[in-house]
Design a protein around this ligand. Sequence first.
Ligand code: UDP
Length: 241
Amino acid sequence: MAGKYEKTEQIYEGKAKKLYTIREYKNLLLQEFKDDATAFNAQKKGTILNKGIINCELTNYIFTYLNKKGVKTHLVKQISPTEMVIKRLKIIPIEVVTRNIAAGSLLKKTNLKEGQELSKPIVEFYYKDDSLGDPLINDSHALAMKLASEKEIETLKKAARKINKILKPFFLKRGLKLVDFKLEFGKDKNGKIILGDEITPDTCRLWDAETNEKLDKDRFRFELGNVNEAYAEVRKRITGN
Ligand code: UDP
């Protein structure tokens, strides 16, 4: 018997997720999480055991939490271990990165040392374009490319700071430091800006609060070992599963 949400056509396949249309629900999509992992602009490829299940569960949990705190997200409902129904958004092609602790690409742009706490969170924009390698851009670049209006740019920054304020203590209570993370936003049918995509160890740097052990995709990126175990540990600390 077909369920309430019957997936019809695959409209997109990304590095970690697929998107499908749903019969009779024009304003909804089905987002499916895969075990596939890529790094360094897809030069490194692999799979992480159970990542699809874990990332679907984590995104469902965290987006539900954000919703309760007044942040609008695209989540409608998780319908299987790896699938969730989402609102159809027009994605703004900007990756909004927020940082609390220096790590990753920030170390190459500044004299900050890995692990250094930032006195104030840094919010950065990257233009989502594989052929350009997702370059760092500023507000004027975003305006020049008409990626967003001046007002929308402010909305993105404000939303990123608000989400950071909610998620920092959320993770810390679960023994994890939120080092940095990437968000994607889109516009719903009324033009309202809403949080989309996912929040998972693929898109966040999460360090053990006591030992600073890396419990995120950096274990895959830099072949640190125990990749599956790190994702399973984050799942356990957040959802208890
Ligand atoms: N990030 C992401 N997708 C990207 C690039 C970055 O989810 O395409 C996340 C990454 O996991 C980290 C944060 O954004 O939590 C900041 O990443 P950074 O700019 O340091 O780039 P990286 O060195 O990870 O490529």
